[in-house]
Design a protein around this ligand. Structure first.
Ligand code: ZN
Length: 459
């Protein structure tokens, strides 16, 4: 007798896709296999559906407390749950205060209590003057430390100068935690942006030109050099080019512990979309020409991209509405709800095997950030986090489907293949057919720096 039996689906397992049932007891996967014996209090018919491990979105900005009017736990995690994500890793900005010490981390936990609909792990921040707080953040269970190599966009989260980055990496290496970097050269992007604005060149194309591919490549190269020297595990967030991924793959081949993340917007949008969509598609690094997008896909197919995450970063419409001055608009793309369906659509069209998709979206981020074996895989003993996806459904994303705070997705109007039918978190259905169900029951996940295993804390 189980609590839940999901019957008759096609399980996306690491070695391929095949028929399987999933049995759940006490929130944990009890058994996986075709036509399991036994019965359950709740039986879900998954005929015709794919069963995937719940998505682990390693890059989400839930700006709560302090900027919940941009995005908060309630709306952000509702969007995540509806889209098939069961674990989010929250960035240390743009909440006020940013997550830079134990007190600000506790404020995050308090904001999540009773409002989070998915499980949430936390990044801590690495900023100038904060080096002596890294130990305390590690003791409170952050998965790693995030640093900016160019301006973050908010005053309270300063970019890390080279010395801060080197010393932070050295300490992170001792703590056994990774450092994640936003890799763009401030020297290049800062000067180019100031020059463009001073000359009144503020269109979308001017903005794209102020953040050239070279700025990304230079910063990735420098971060790799620092990681090599310090022995720190390095994670490069939102890599926007195939050439950026190539630098990371070459370093990994030399034995450097470095991984690449990219985002759906770099995989499905390009510079022409940036011009068409305006501020809704503004991000940093910016959208690239179509040839760069295709080169990035080639790296995904080659296995050089470790994971895909959303960089979900909404803002109120007023911050996007800056008229002809594209530089003044807030940069950040909301994508919490569309990660799985966008990537499933592309995987089908581009013949990326579904087991690769599950690795990019669940297994790899869980493993990289110390949340495995509890998260990221549908195996006995793991948390019963799963998504039921109808792979045949074709539909068009509309604004009214969205559950995040401002529903300003650049993907509205896009034709999608695959629809999330049900999202299950630790054995409980948290979203069904695009709507959330039940009371918020997300937990804060804390990583133990000593062994990498997390001990989920009840909210
Ligand atoms: Zn981000």
């Amino acid at each position: 007798m189980y609590d839940l039996l999901v019957r008759g689906g096609r399980l996306v397992a690491p070695d391929g896709v095949g028929p399987a049932d999933v049995a759940v007891a006490d929130g944990v996967v009890a058994a996986v296999g075709p036509e399991l014996d036994g019965t359950a209090a709740e039986i879900v018919d998954a005929g015709g559906l794919l069963l995937l491990p719940g998505v682990v979105d390693a890059h989400v900005h839930l700006n709560d407390p302090g900027r919940a009017d941009w995005e908060g736990f309630a709306t952000g995690t509702a969007a995540l749950a509806a889209g098939g994500t069961t674990t989010a890793i929250d960035m240390p900005l743009n909440a006020i205060p940013p997550t830079l010490d134990a007190a600000s981390l506790d404020a995050k936990v308090a904001a999540a209590r009773g409002t989070a609909r998915v499980d949430v792990a936390l990044w801590g921040g690495l900023v100038p003057g904060d080096l002596d707080r890294l130990d305390e953040l590690a003791a409170h269970g952050v998965v790693g430390f995030k640093a900016f190599m160019s301006a973050s966009g908010v005053a309270e989260f300063e970019a890390a100068d080279d010395l801060t980055l080197v010393q932070g990496m050295a300490r992170a290496a001792q703590l056994g935690l990774p450092v994640a970097v936003h890799a763009e050269s401030d020297a290049l992007t800062g000067r180019l942006a100031r020059r463009a604005v001073a000359a009144g060149r503020t269109t979308v194309r001017d903005y794209l030109a102020s953040r050239p591919v070279l700025a990304e490549l230079e910063a990735i190269g420098r971060a790799i050099a620092f990681a090599t020297e310090t022995g720190c595990a390095l994670h490069v967030v939102h890599v926007s080019t195939g050439r950026g991924v190539a630098l990371i793959a070459e370093a990994r081949a030399r034995g450097v512990d470095v991984t690449a993340e990219t985002c759906p917007h770099y995989l499905v949008l390009d510079a022409d979309d940036a011009e068409r969509l305006g501020a809704a598609a503004k991000c940093a690094p910016p959208l690239r020409p179509a040839a760069e997008r295709e080169a990035l896909w080639a790296r995904v197919h080659a296995g050089d991209v470790e994971l895909v995450a959303t960089d979900h970063s909404p803002s109120p419409a007023a911050l996007k509405d800056t008229g002809a001055d594209h530089f003044a608009a807030w940069g950040g793309i909301p994508g919490a709800q569309t990660l799985l369906t966008l990537l499933h659509t592309e995987a089908v069209a581009r013949e990326l095997p579904l087991e690769r998709l599950a690795r990019l979206l669940a297994a790899a981020p869980a493993r990289r950030f110390g949340l495995a074996p509890r998260k990221g895989a549908l195996v006995p003993g793991a948390d019963a986090d799963l998504v039921l996806l109808d792979p045949a459904a074709e539909w068009t994303l509309a604004r009214e489907h969205l559950l995040d705070r401002h529903r300003l997705s650049p993907f509205v109007g896009r034709r999608l293949r695959g629809r999330v039918v049900r999202t299950i978190l630790r054995g409980h259905t948290v979203a069904r057919d695009g709507a959330v169900t039940g009371a918020p029951a997300g937990r804060i996940l804390r990583r133990s720096p000593s062994d990498g295993a997390h001990a989920p804390m009840m909210l």
